[in-house]
Every structure is written in structure tokens, then in C-alpha cells.
Design a protein around this ligand. Structure first.
Ligand SMILES: NC(=O)c1ccc[n+]([C@@H]2O[C@H](COP(=O)([O-])OP(=O)(O)OC[C@H]3O[C@@H](n4cnc5c(N)ncnc54)[C@H](O)[C@@H]3O)[C@@H](O)[C@H]2O)c1
Length: 426
């Protein structure tokens, strides 16, 4: 499918006149997404999703647009709504609706009423497959639209936090259909969370503040895949990195990487830039905020806007005012100022452009191939959370390496037998 077709009949976007700019942005991203492009070419020939109704609730960005084009090329009847009101690229939403025949419901900065109405519009599509980034559509189907549960063959979930919720639903026996946890593919979290979030989080902090990273004490809360990426990139730029963790293994890993590991209460008074990446709530609390230095930056790249205690920040402040776009200064009674980036929401999505297309290529290849896999195995997937099959992971890594012109060695028959045997004298 190429740009230039008629507009979709159904949509709610800011302004269809932005479509030309959106097409340019989508095509630029596409040049960095060769794995998805290869899958799209195959889908266009084989049409494995023909006639299937798909509702996607993802960040409405140029990379997502290329996933939508891929599902459409595979024959799917696909609609898209936003998983986060602040990450929507209005020009991309316009292009999807006006040029790529994908009904799109997303307006950057939309308030809750519109945001949830748009999720409802995606559910009105009566999906047979859903794609989520935070389990929003799955949540609606399991609460207000239970009568539609039987229509759904399978779902995919892209992010760590969504998978945690879905595993809780599986444990409680309430999951109504099988879900493939795209986040758990190695070609997703090892690359998107680590290299993508690592780079784009610092990009967000820098774009928002224009601050020199070198020499600063950067406190990273959570040393999971995202936290490792942020910590490594910050160190590479000359920051002195402190890690806060609750998991002893991950804390040990950070310590053996040569990073300083401290509890938040000890990091709070010495850090210059704080970045949470845990998926947890109240990681930086009022008692930590009260100890922070004048000029401290507070950013979150984990889940939603709950990792930094925002009510606590407001409670200890005597005034607040915008300092720059995406930066709000909170004045404490003694005159110190703490600067909150992107309202405590995902700094890489709101102050920068989210993950670079080069890593979203692999994440969305997982989405596309997982949807195809679910349709190839009707009825045989149980109602639980499944990993992405290892063969899909390997195929994506193979395609990515090929696109980079990188060749690797192959096992000889003898080596394969040797590695497969317990009797190594044979
Ligand atoms: N910004 C983005 O674009 C982006 C991309 C991918 C994932 N995410 C989100 O980032 C979060 C982390 O993802 P991940 O893949 O790194 O997950 P992960 O499970 O690998 O890591 C999370 C880490 O946080 C630690 N943690 C939990 N509570 C903590 C607390 N109170 N204090 C300190 N550490 C704590 C855990 O022990 C774990 O090591 C999730 O919410 C995920 O949805 C964001």
C-alpha cells in the first residue's frame, strides 16, 4: 500500500491537512525499518491476515504507522487508537486516516474523555485480534464489553507493565483469550527497552533542558532493561551514575558494572538528574523530594506518571511555573526549585520522539509475526500469557543482521552434534 488513496471514512484526528507531513515522517522511519518492510512485502503477497478485524492501541507515531501498513498489507481490517495521549504525532494520525486507509482515533494532548472514547471506538470495531501497549483494550473488553470476549482469537501486549497485569489476570483465572507477550521476545526487550529507551530517554532530558550531562550525578531508579540502557548511555556521556534497586541480583549487576548503588534516601540529596524506569509507583516519594538539591531534574521513563509522587511534589511546593516547554519548576518554601520534566510522564515520548525506528523495527516485527502466528494456531493457544515463539525471535534477528550486512558463522554438523550431546568423547 502506498500513500495516495482516499481517506478512511472513520477517524478522529486533529487535522487531515497535516497528512503530507505525516507521510514524509512515516517514509523516513520506514527507511530504518527494513525487517518490518520485508515482512510487509511477504504479507502483501501471502495476505495471511485477510479479512481479520484488528484493533490496535499503541503510541500513534511514524513507527506504529509502518506496523499498521504491514497489517493492512496482510489483508487486515485494522483500526488504531492512542495508548498515550501525549505521544500522538498528529501529522501521522492524519496520514494514516487520509492516505493509508487506517481509521485512526488519536489527538495529541487529548483529555481523558476523548482518550477513553477513542479506545471505545477501537473496541466498537469488534476486534478478532488486539494489539496493546499497556493492556487498555484488553481492560475494556474484560470490563464494559465482556459480551465481545468471545470474538477475540488472541491479543498481543507490548510492554512490561501490561504483561504484569495480564499475568495477574491469568493467575486469577479471568483472562478471556490468549495473549502473546511481545515484550518478552529477546528481539524486543534486549534492544527496544535497553538501546531504544536508553538513547531516547537521554534525548528527551537533553531536548527538554539543554543540560550538559557530563559530570552530573544521574540517579537511575530500576536497573532492568530500560534502566540499564539509561545508565549505560548516561555513563557514556560522562555522567556519574547511581543506581537504586529493590532486586538484589540487579543491584549486584549494577555494582559489578562499576556503578554506585544506593537506596533512594541516600541518592536523593546528591543527585542532579533523576530518572525512574521501574514500572512501579511512588519510587521517588515526598521524603526523597524534600531532601533534593536546588535545580534537581526529575524525569520518568518507566510507567505512566506514577513513578514520581506528583501529589507529594505539589504538597511540598509553594509555587509552580513553566521553566521551558516540557519543564515545570516547583518552588519549595526555602527557595529551592525542583524541575519536573514532561509532567512526570514518559520523557522519551513526550520531550523527544520515542524509540528510534531502528529498534521499533524489531518490536513491530514481533507484533506482526505474533499476530500471524496466533491466526495460524486457532484454538490451540490456551487462555494464558504466552511468550513469542523462539523461531520468531531468531527469524527477526536473522533479518535484522542481514539488513545491516552482517554475516555470522554457522555450526558444522560435528559442532551441532557436540553441543547436543552429553557424551563429549564421541
Ligand atoms: N520509556 C519507554 O519508551 C519504555 C520502553 C519500554 C518499557 N518501558 C517501561 O519501563 C518500565 C521498566 O521496563 P523494563 O523492561 O526495564 O522492566 P524490568 O522488569 O526489566 O525492570 C524494572 C526494574 O525496576 C526495579 N524496581 C521495581 N520497583 C522498584 C523500586 N521501587 N525502586 C527501585 N527499583 C525498582 C525492578 O526490581 C526491576 O529490576 C516498565 O514500566 C515498562 O513498561 C518504557
Amino acid at each position: 500500500m502506498s500513500a495516495g488513496r482516499g481517506p478512511s471514512r472513520r477517524h478522529d484526528v486533529r487535522d487531515l491537512a497535516l497528512a503530507d507531513e505525516g507521510v514524509r515522517r512515516i517514509e523516513w522511519a520506514d527507511r530504518q525499518m527494513p525487517v518490518l518492510a520485508a515482512i510487509r512485502d511477504r504479507f502483501a503477497r501471502e495476505r495471511p491476515l485477510r479479512g481479520r478485524r484488528i484493533s490496535a492501541c499503541l503510541h500513534v507515531t511514524a513507527e506504529t504507522a509502518n506496523l499498521m501498513r504491514t497489517l493492512y498489507a496482510g489483508g487486515a481490517d485494522v483500526v488504531l487508537c492512542a495508548s498515550n495521549p501525549l505521544s500522538t504525532q498528529d501529522d501521522v494520525a492524519a496520514a494514516l486516516a487520509a492516505r493509508y486507509e487506517v481509521p485512526t482515533y488519536a489527538i495529541r494532548g487529548e483529555l481523558d474523555d476523548s482518550f477513553y472514547a477513542h479506545i471505545d471506538a477501537a473496541v466498537d470495531h469488534r476486534p478478532q485480534l488486539t494489539l496493546d501497549d499497556g493492556a487498555d483494550v484488553i481492560g475494556v473488553l474484560h470490563t464494559h464489553r465482556r459480551e465481545q470476549l468471545g470474538d477475540v482469537i488472541a491479543a498481543t501486549e507490548q510492554t512490561a507493565t501490561g504483561v504484569i497485569r495480564l499475568r495477574a489476570m491469568e493467575r486469577d483465572g479471568v483472562l478471556g483469550f490468549p495473549v502473546i507477550a511481545v515484550n518478552e521476545a529477546q528481539t524486543k526487550h534486549l534492544f527496544d527497552n535497553r538501546y531504544g529507551t536508553g538513547q531516547s530517554t537521554l534525548d528527551g532530558v537533553i531536548r527538554a533542558t539543554d543540560m550538559l550531562i557530563a559530570g552530573k550525578r544521574v540517579v537511575v531508579a530500576g536497573y532492568g532493561w530500560c534502566g540499564k540502557g539509561v545508565a549505560q548511555r548516561a555513563r557514556g556521556m560522562g555522567a556519574r551514575v547511581i543506581v537504586c534497586e529493590v532486586d538484589p541480583l540487579r543491584a549486584l549487576e549494577a555494582a559489578l558494572e562499576g556503578l554506585e548503588v544506593l537506596p533512594m534516601e541516600r541518592a536523593a540529596p546528591i543527585g542532579d538528574i533523576f530518572c525512574t524506569a521501574t514500572g512501579d509507583r511512588d519510587v521517588i516519594r515526598r521524603e526523597h523530594l524534600e531532601q533534593m538539591k536546588d535545580g534537581t531534574l526529575l524525569a520518568n521513563s518507566g510507567h505512566s506518571n506514577v513513578e514520581i509522587d506528583l501529589p507529594g511534589l505539589r504538597a511540598i511546593s509553594v509555587g509552580a511555573a513553566p521553566a521551558r516547554e516540557h519543564v515545570e519548576g516547583f518552588r519549595l518554601a526555602d527557595g529551592r526549585r525542583l524541575y519536573l520534566l514532561s509532567d512526570g510522564r514518559l520523557v522519551n515520548l513526550e520531550s523527544a520522539e520515542g524509540q528510534p525506528p531502528g529498534v521499533m523495527d524489531m518490536t513491530f516485527a514481533n507484533q506482526a509475526l505474533s499476530v500471524e502466528y496466533a491466526l495460524q494456531h486457532p484454538g490451540s493457544l490456551e487462555r494464558r500469557v504466552h511468550g513469542v515463539p523462539a523461531a520468531i525471535d531468531a527469524e527477526i534477528a536473522r533479518l535484522k543482521l542481514a539488513s545491516m550486512g552482517i554475516e555470522i558463522d554457522r555450526l558444522s554438523e560435528l559442532q551441532a552434534q557436540y553441543l547436543d550431546s552429553w557424551d563429549t568423547r564421541r
